[in-house]
Design a protein around this ligand. Structure first.
Ligand SMILES: C[S@@+](CC[C@H](N)C(=O)[O-])C[C@H]1O[C@@H](n2cnc3c(N)ncnc32)[C@H](O)[C@@H]1O
Length: 268
């Protein structure tokens, strides 16, 4: 297979990848046959998956807009993926034209594509780093520079913590991020959870087990515990469509079918 210019040399295009599967669900073109095959298998087991991904992306946009409107102009998007379909800088700059964003992902393909997309944007930067090595991530000049001004920073962990298994102690990683943040900062988080769909347990996790990024579902209590030290913004940790919808009609009769929960917290 020919390597397109946004894919770093040496990337195995025959291996499905979470960032590119997500792009496929959103309707993007930055994916390959292996990604599409795996994504289609997942949709067979779980037909609502593309809608869940869109609900997740819509939550991200609403949360970023909410924070930009409340005065935050610095964003650290960890597990940012391929920043198409309403990325953080676009959402933030609707109200904060000077918003700065540091995009972080551990996937070289997502990083290479993000760099290409953002090369003319002096207020955005892209870092290849792994959330599981949080000290290294925080020490990167782009990240430490964003935090050093002492202004509030919104950290986004949107649809990424379910890729961090218990063995990497995700709560400790989030606490390390929290402790590095200036006062008034925020945490934006969404996480896969089968609370509303216990019938689905197993199938999706089994499928992702075959990709380089296996999935760990968590219950609401464990997800709420990521907000330790933060004050939860109303309405708290809720199903994706329920977090401050643009229009209450958009929530629909079964928000629990979106199988993901989300919330925003602020530091005092
Ligand atoms: C489902 S996508 C979410 C993209 C975006 N945050 C959103 O919600 O629209 C998950 C992203 O997290 C990245 N990721 C997974 N594990 C990671 C880790 N340990 N460190 C950094 N990024 C990670 C994947 O490469 C992928 O791009």
């Amino acid at each position: 297979m020919r390597q397109p210019n946004w894919v770093p040399a040496g990337t195995d295009l025959e291996k499905p990848n979470a960032a590119r599967m997500y792009d496929y669900y959103l309707g993007g073109s930055h994916n390959f046959e292996a990604d599409r095959q795996m994504a289609r298998k997942a949709v067979e087991l779980w037909p609502e998956l593309p809608r869940i991904m869109r609900a997740n992306r819509a939550f991200l946009r609403r949360a970023v807009q909410y924070l930009a409107e409340s005065g935050i102009t610095r964003f650290l998007d960890i597990g940012s993926g391929i920043p198409t379909f309403g990325p953080v800088h676009e959402a933030a700059r609707r109200t904060a034209p000077d918003a700065r964003v540091v995009y972080v992902d551990n996937d070289p393909v997502a990083v290479a594509h993000s760099r290409l997309l953002l090369e003319d944007d002096p207020l955005s930067s892209v870092v290849q780093a792994d959330l599981r090595h949080v000290d290294d991530l925080l020490a990167r000049p782009e990240v430490s520079g964003l935090l050093a001004a002492g202004e509030p920073v919104a950290v986004l962990l949107v649809a990424v913590l379910h890729f961090v298994p218990e063995s990497d102690d995700p709560h400790k990683l989030v606490a390390a991020l929290r402790d590095a943040l200036p006062p008034g900062s925020a945490l934006v988080l969404s996480h896969a959870s089968l609370e509303g769909r216990p019938d689905q347990a197993g199938s999706h996790q089994d499928l992702y087990r075959k990709t380089p990024t296996p999935l760990t579902m968590r219950g609401r209590e464990a997800i709420e515990a990521f907000f330790d030290g933060f004050e939860l913004v109303e309405p708290g940790v809720v199903y994706l469509p329920e977090w401050r919808p643009d229009d209450p009609q958009e929530v629909g009769p079964h928000p629990e079918r979106m199988t993901g929960v989300a919330g925003v917290g602020r530091l005092p």
